[in-house]
Ligand binder design. Sequence first.
Ligand code: GTP
Ligand code: MG
Length: 195
Amino acid sequence: MNIKSTKFIGSFNNLDQCPKTNFKEFAFIGRSNVGKSSLINFLTQKKDLAKVSNTPGKTQSINFFLINESWHLIDLPGYGFAKRSRSLREDWEKMMQRFFLKREQLHCVMQLIDSRIPPQTKDLDHVNWLGENNVPFVLIFTKVDKKERAVCLKNIQLFKNELLKSWEELPPSFLTSSEEKVGREEVMDFLANEL
Ligand code: GTP
Ligand code: MG
């Protein structure tokens, strides 16, 4: 898929505020600092479509982008941000669960997993929740940089093995490095096929 145009539509704090259009939607989610904004910029080939930061928890609202005048890319707030209070985290969880379960235009969740670290309970819990609630999703492993490839591949296998303890089949998965510009074509082909 070629990116011909990208347009920032807006930031919304909950499901009811989100645009009432019929564009197919792909929502990117992952733990805070997983490399979500970097991946969105890499995929869309826009340097600062999504804000990249070293401060975890930068994305706090639901950000909508219209791509090629035909589909929505959604940047969701990261989960597992320790510096947020418990009540804020619970609010976040309720807001997101409602979004995943009720947003009819949502076609697929792009679940990001940091390949540089071993399987994390928060990620496994999130993926299992999506599966249990029949929310369609794919796995995108991030930060699969060349110099750490062996470790990353091992972590990816461990993550899949954890999931295979409860699931017979795994969804499609993609290996990416936004820093080294790896894996873009595979993800874009997947998106193009789903549109
Ligand atoms: P929040 O919005 O703050 O939750 O973070 P995010 O998931 O959007 O992550 P972001 O793209 O801001 O990147 C977080 C950090 O990871 C930054 O320091 C990036 O430079 C770094 N990063 C992103 N992608 C890669 C990658 O492919 N390889 C490496 N080594 N670092 C990366
Ligand atoms: Mg971000």
